[in-house]
Design a protein around this ligand. Sequence first.
Ligand code: LLP
Length: 383
Amino acid sequence: MIFPIDKFKERKTPFYYYDTRLLNATLDAIEKELDGFDNFNIHYAVKANANPDILAIIANRGFGADCVSGEEIDAAVAAGIARSKIVFAGVGKTDDEINKGLDYDIACFNVESLEELAVIDELSGLKGKKANVAIRFNPDIKANTIEQISTGRKENKFGISVDLIDSVADALKHCENIVFKGIHIHIGSQILEMGDFVKLAATMNGLAGRLTARGLDVESINVGGGLGIDYHNPDEALIPDFKSYFDVFKRYLNLSDGQTVHFELGRSVVAQCGSLISRVVYVKQGCGKKFVILDAGMNDLVRPAMYKAYHAIDNLTSDGNKEAYDVVGPVCESSDVFAKDMMLNAAARGDLVAIRSAGAYGEVMSSNYNLRPYAQRYTDLTV
Ligand code: LLP
């Protein structure tokens, strides 16, 4: 990736930089795979990055949104995403959030428990409305990803156990203010093994068959999100392998006439276009190692501290020989480490570094811990 370093030099660091040209190229690549598949629908997972500029670019493509809070629904609507294309998941939807979804006539509530189904039925009845729902099932599929972001195992809090499918079918028949739309499964995030999505498709086929046999009309098949990206070699894979991903569903879902397929991609859409840009405050000699101390910390990008996640780091302003550094932030926590033994061009105070692949689950997960201000954002709309 080519960074506009001259523009960076005059800015206060740290800041999130978004390359909108790459975002648009990524969206083009998705649209290419959807060509000829009018029944495939994208609902961008707003949780990955809710920056209004990014949302506006995605809204401009006519994509829908996958939201997990009332505030995300507001952000999606403010960005111009059609209410009729918003799906709403989450295990703990409050009455206020459900009422908002009903008032906005969103496309679908992805329901995560029988208890929630009863509340949506009641609240929509009070408004004299009918709520569209999909049932989120927990398929007990172990996706090949880090444990904290695996969601489809039976011990995870998400979705309704497949074992309860008959109770679900019974409950749906008794709900007077609900329109059953279909099924939803999300098995986890940062998944690079296409075999995991093949298992998901097979599970979907089985569940749709069982519900159809119970007399329910399964119109919508929502396969969640989860496609991973290459954190180790971002420049070699700036655009994820959408072809292999969509091919799985084109090939393995047994669809009947009128069925629609829904995707909730987040990370794969926005991760590579974003970098956290930071200045080196000090280079300090440690015990047998050198620390690069940045003005960005774990409060700006928590993934390395929280998940031991790897993010590539580039020194943008040095062409000195590569050396190994522990790259750390200023926060008073030993886990405020972005990378250990990272090979960087020889670093000096004042250098600018880019922490790569930070467009997803970066800015949205930041905090002001240590009373540090939130990082600025720089969405380069001119490139
Ligand atoms: N749909 C549902 C129901 C989800 O729970 C998620 C992500 C997505 C879609 C989007 O998944 P994606 O395409 O982005 O993989 N903070 C973690 C990731 C948490 C993902 C939560 N759910 C991280 O930084 O890796």
